[in-house]
Design a binder for this molecule. Structure first.
Ligand code: ATP
Ligand code: MG
Length: 569
């Protein structure tokens, strides 16, 4: 295709709103434009990349025995009420009413809709296993849409749903999807790692996330160095603390800590360490306020706390709530004399002795406080996040921490949805059984963004060949008729051979063309200059390495094909 005829509005400057490199480069390369927060238009280059990824996904899903369907974007509230998610899902679910005042939502995921289909259409065990997938636009009213396509509100997802006769068969379906995901992300040219994951809003028995390793990733993963364990930090379980203390119990004392609110300030003032302080964090759920005790050097894990409390919406309490509940301003909450809330604590707190806690009074803390003697904890649980150096729960060494972008997620759902919606089949004995389900998602736009996070340099994007918008960028550097003619000949020969060529036929300076080509990041550039051509040569340049090969125009096709074959093996 010709650059002069395509809408590729490249930008010289970084757009202000873009915080991560993939977002900046997608904007600068003219791939996407923002319509509203988290809502984008895909321009021709962006869409070509999306389509490439979709094509790889389709091939691998079909190969794994899944079949493509397309479900609607709008779905009726009744289906969501059957599973309880109309209430449970919270504000991410965008709800609306039609002209008859009937309630609907924009699908953030499609378990309800597919289960409704399957309960109507599947009667017998003979129709199972079944795996249906779609590549479709989802809507989630994310609190913080950001990073371009990485966390949009409207985004393209591949979602698949498997239905099996029993747990064993469901595991096999899960395994097939897991393997398909490994092939998909490998084919997309990504460096990734599957990790154990929390089952979140969708619920279910077990799940893995596919993480593209990148510094800018929103997810934190922990893994056993040299071992097999790898998990999202939201989920990574911790072993119960084994340390004991033979320190004698000291009497409780109240001490003034004027204006000292943070763990660091209080510890510095009292000449102690965060390991000997327990912070009291107040959270609100739709039903109540809960105090959570966490060791000073540990980080509270909101996902684990939600799980313990059995609630979906959990937020740090507002300063007003904190002072209403504790009688003290923020920074001085503590477990002693706390009457108006439940008190839960991380396991690590149970084994602490003679600790510092907030005083529930302005400018005051307690020292030498002890659990059971000075305050009662209602429930202990695993409520903190794993840290580097913690022992791996599998016993295979200590944990390290890395950042990742979650591009895919596979879940074993069990019968959660089939029971709620009565999706049954008749087994060979004629008994009614619930179908055992799995669900499997891939963020298509997020995968494109993740590919850029891993493949770029100061000049721009460096597309992996399989998902590049074009394979070759043709750059005639002069308007002379010989150069134009040579470019046209090469273009026609390559296109006839099925090579995707972007031809910069604009009347622009060489510098402008080079900059745009490096920014857009097509894997090969073919440079045709007047001088070289007079000597019978053009230059084939690899975007990734900058390596240049001089060759006669007639050899271009053959060389390009060789390179592509090499790239794909
Ligand atoms: P996250 O924790 O990032 O919000 P999630 O657990 O909500 O993700 P799933 O419900 O498992 O995501 O959705 C499947 C896939 O869809 C994710 O692995 C991700 O690639 C993609 N995805 C989810 N939310 C978004 C979003 N807001 N923008 C773009 N892609 C998304
Ligand atoms: Mg989410």
């Amino acid at each position: 295709m010709r650059v002069s005829q395509l809408l590729i509005p490249t930008l010289r400057e970084d757009p202000g709103e873009a915080e991560v490199v993939s977002h900046r480069l997608m904007m600068r390369a003219g791939m996407i434009r923002r319509v509203a927060a988290g809502i984008y238009t895909y321009l021709p280059l962006g869409l070509r990349v999306i389509r490439k990824i979709e094509c790889i996904i389709r091939e691998e899903m079909d190969r794994a025995g899944a079949q493509e369907v397309l479900m609607p974007i709008a779905s009726p509230a009744e289906l969501w009420r059957e599973t309880g998610r109309w209430d449970f899902y919270g504000k991410e679910l965008l709800r609306f009413k039609d002209r008859h005042e009937r309630e609907f939502c924009l699908g953030p995921t499609h378990e309800e809709v597919i289960t409704d289909l399957i309960r109507r259409e599947v009667r017998s065990y003979r129709q199972l296993p079944l795996n249906c997938y779609q590549i479709q636009t989802k809507f989630r009213d994310e609190i913080r849409p950001r990073f371009g396509l990485m966390r949009g509100r409207e985004f393209i997802m591949k979602d698949a749903y498997s239905f099996d006769q029993d747990e064993e068969a469901a595991k096999l379906s899960y395994r097939k999807m897991y393997d398909a995901y490994v092939r998909i992300f490998t084919r997309c040219g990504l460096t990734f790692r599957p990790v154990e994951a929390d089952t979140g809003l969708i619920g279910g028995i077990s799940s893995h996330e596919f993480m593209v390793l990148a510094e800018t990733g929103e997810e934190t993963i922990v893994y056993a160095e040299g071992g097999t364990y790898a998990a999202n930090i939201e989920r990574a379980e911790l072993r119960l603390p084994t340390e004991t203390s033979d320190e004698p119990f000291r009497p409780l004392r109240k001490v003034p800590t004027p204006g000292l609110r943070t763990v660091e300030e209080v510890c510095a003032f009292l000449k102690t360490t965060p390991r000997r302080l327990a912070k009291t964090l107040l959270f609100t759920t739709p039903k109540e306020t809960v105090a959570v005790l966490i060791r000073g050097d540990h980080e509270a894990n909101v996902v684990k706390i939600k799980k313990l409390l059995g609630c979906q919406d959990l937020e740090l309490a507002s300063p007003e709530t904190v002072s209403a509940v504790t009688g003290a301003p923020v920074g001085f909450a503590g477990p002693i004399g706390l009457r108006r809330t439940r008190l839960v604590a991380d396991h690590a707190v149970r084994v602490m002795r003679n600790i510092v806690v907030g005083g529930n009074e302005g400018d005051t803390h307690y020292v030498d406080a002890n659990c059971d003697r000075d305050f009662k904890v209602e429930t202990f649980g695993d409520l903190r996040s794993a840290m580097a150096g913690d022992p791996s729960p599998h016993g295979d060494g200590t944990l390290s921490v890395a950042r990742g972008i979650e591009v895919g997620h596979v879940f074993m759902l069990g019968t959660k949805y089939s029971q709620a919606m009565k999706a049954t089949y008749l087994d060979p004995q004629g008994n009614e059984q619930f179908a055992v389900m799995g669900c499997y998602g891939i963020g298509v736009g997020r995968t494109a963004a993740a590919a850029i996070e891993q493949n770029h340099d100061a000049k721009g994007i460096i597309w992996p060949v399989p998902i590049a918008p074009f394979l070759l960028h043709l750059l005639p550097l002069s308007p002379s008729s010989q150069v134009s003619q040579a470019a046209r000949n090469v273009y026609e020969a390559l296109v006839a051979a099925g090579v995707e060529v972007l031809w910069d036929d604009r009347d622009e300076r060489a510098g402008v063309k080079f900059n745009d080509a490096d920014l857009i990041g097509v894997p090969y550039q073919l440079i045709i200059g007047e001088k070289g051509l007079a000597q019978g040569a053009v230059e084939l340049k690899e975007r990734k390495t900058g390596a240049v090969t001089r060759l006669p125009p007639a050899e271009v096709l053959e060389r390009v094909k060789e390179r592509v074959e090499q790239a794909q093996t």
